[in-house]
Design a protein around this ligand. Structure first.
Ligand code: PLP
Length: 303
């Protein structure tokens, strides 16, 4: 069962609530307009991973959409309360062992008030997500419907903020599933690679054009309006220390097909190797699995 804790000024450590009971007003703008922001982070053995990166990104998302949200210490207290309650709940024994998902949500609150609604939930990590790390993904390229320079031209589109408006992202995933694929990589109108509906995109080269061995990781440039991935950021820091050369896009679909390996990467799924894109195999199974093991070990150091 979900553990639910509201951030409530009358309860400095957060207010535990019954997740089976109604808690949000029907006029809450998070519900009526998707007007709010969120973060999802992994906790391992009761400790949230990259908590500062997530709280920093939540604060940036809030600023982007003029939303007043509780400070970092208030969130940390509520997260601690939620993780404590989760550790003694039946759910702690389900899902991927020792791991759980901590989700932070803030909405603009009920219409006519100036009072955001904020809460934390804790749930098991789905076994399906964990399986993706092992099995890899078949991915479709799908159009996102805007050009890669839109973020600078149209700040009201809230590009780069983690808003609650994920209906399009979920629809893209349903479309992929209906075509027999597992996941999606979005492309811009000007045909650059953006991100997955719930992940960042990463590619690796282990030899240059003349076959000389190299170690190079590339991810699309943030100017394209994608979400700055906390997992990609953490992995880049660890990979740099381990001698990888790092680069930011532009990345084209042809670059993905030409890579030795491609991953979808996020806080919950960590590194999921992409086996095929639109039916074309990326690299070889041996290279994909060796590089996934190497980079997963680097990522684990940062967790
Ligand atoms: N891009 C999108 C659209 C996402 O929803 C996510 C995560 O949910 C990511 C990228 C990866 O972000 P992170 O690594 O911080 O989980």
């Amino acid at each position: 069962m979900t553990v639910l804790v509201f951030l409530d000024p009358a309860h400095p450590h957060g207010r535990l609530a019954d997740p089976t009971q109604p808690s949000i007003l029907a006029t809450d703008q998070g519900v009526t307009r998707g007007d709010g922001i969120f973060e999802s982070m992994l906790a391992v053995d009761g400790t949230p991973r990259k908590i500062h990166a997530h709280l920093d990104r939540l604060a940036i998302s809030a600023r982007t959409m003029d939303l007043q949200i509780p400070g970092a210490n208030v969130w940390k207290s509520a997260i601690a309360t939620a993780l404590m309650a989760y550790s003694v709940s039946d759910s702690a024994a389900t899902g991927e062992a020792g791991q759980c998902v901590v989700k932070l949500v803030v909405t603009r609150g009920p219409e006519g008030t100036n009072s955001p609604t904020a809460w934390v939930t804790v749930n098991p990590v789905s076994l399906a997500l964990a399986a993706q790390r092992a099995k890899g993904l078949n991915v479709l390229l799908l159009e996102r419907g805007y050009d890669s320079d839109i973020a600078a031209r149209a700040p009201w589109l809230l590009m780069g903020a983690k808003t609650l408006s994920y209906a399009v992202n979920m629809a893209a995933l349903r479309h992929a599933h209906s075509q027999g694929a597992d996941d999606v990589i979005f492309t811009s109108g000007d045909e650059l690679v953006l991100e997955g509906p719930t992940s960042s995109v990463l590619l690796a080269h282990i030899s240059d054009d003349s076959g000389v061995p190299i170690k190079r990781l590339i991810t699309p440039h943030l100017d394209t309006g994608i979400l700055p991935g906390t997992t990609q950021g953490a992995l880049f820091a660890a990979a740099k220390a381990a001698g990888w050369e790092l680069g930011y896009g532009p990345v084209t679909p042809a670059d993905l097909l030409d890579a030795d390996a491609v991953w979808l990467i996020s806080s919950l799924r960590l590194l999921a190797p992409v086996n095929t894109i639109d039916g074309t195999e990326i690299g070889t199974p041996e290279i994909r699995s060796a590089l996934t093991a190497e980079l997963s070990a680097l990522l684990a150091q940062t967790l």
